[in-house]
Write a protein that binds this ligand. Sequence first.
Ligand code: C5P
Length: 306
Amino acid sequence: MPFRHLPESSVIARAPGKINLVLRVGPRRADGYHDLLTCFQAVDIWETITLSPAEEFSIAVTGDVNLGEIPLDGNNLAMKAVAAVAQATGRTDAVAILIDKKVPVGGGMGGGSADAAATLLAINELWQTGLSQVELLDIAAELGSDVPFLLEGGTALGRGRGEILEPIKSLAFSWVIVPSMEHLATPGVYGRLDELRADVDVVLPESLPDAFLDALYRGDPEALAPHLINDMAQASLDLELELEATLEKGLQCGALAVMVSGSGPTSAMLARDDAHANAIQASLRDQGHHCVITSSPARGAHLVRR
Ligand code: C5P
């Protein structure tokens, strides 16, 4: 991060990406959303947002992920976060937004939502608007279903459309994350899921299995593996045809479990520990897959520099 080129008054914040260890999806609601029963876990892959006072609003994106489809206008979630805080507080001063991306774009890991979460913290600090965490969480829920979790971080049970959160205790886990060349838009994956389940009487489970919660609590990847489940996986597999082969390769390389991350098409592969994750990564790289190792849970959005 090129600190020396930034004005003294710049504020830097970062927020993590996430995976959903359990993602159960209820029927489509009247408002178009779906009620969820999910276990979010933040991963050690970070979006970094720098906000600087400026003459006019601007937004720029850097990073080593595919940046092609990121909007650079008022549709960007970081810009929407600034607008939401402006609305809530009456502030109108322009800011320059710089986003450094590490979370795969359009991959089901909450990268855009992380940008919004980090921006909420940064703008509250830059403008000294003094919004509490509870107030920020309310604004976050308006910006997107995953934004409240990425403010909080760690591990959480998510209900409603994902914005109603309860913390869960978890020790650390090691993962191999395999981004896809393709991007999937979340509404399209939910739409495909609705089609696939058109004739099914969908019932959302009420709680997470005790054995799953126990495996998290004890940090036991072997016990966790059989409980990883994503109701959106088939819809994502239907829309991204390479994904099934990628998941299959993860199992062949020895992953304890493989899953589609959120709405996909990023894959998350559970390893026994860091050494095992390294071995899986090396095998996948030999087969031409770009992948990164990470650990979970990670903390939520936080200020890096004021
Ligand atoms: O909340 P967010 O803006 O991230 O959601 C994007 C889209 O994903 C929604 O417009 C909706 O189509 C779909 N969605 C859903 N149920 C959820 C979360 C998102 O149907 N729980």
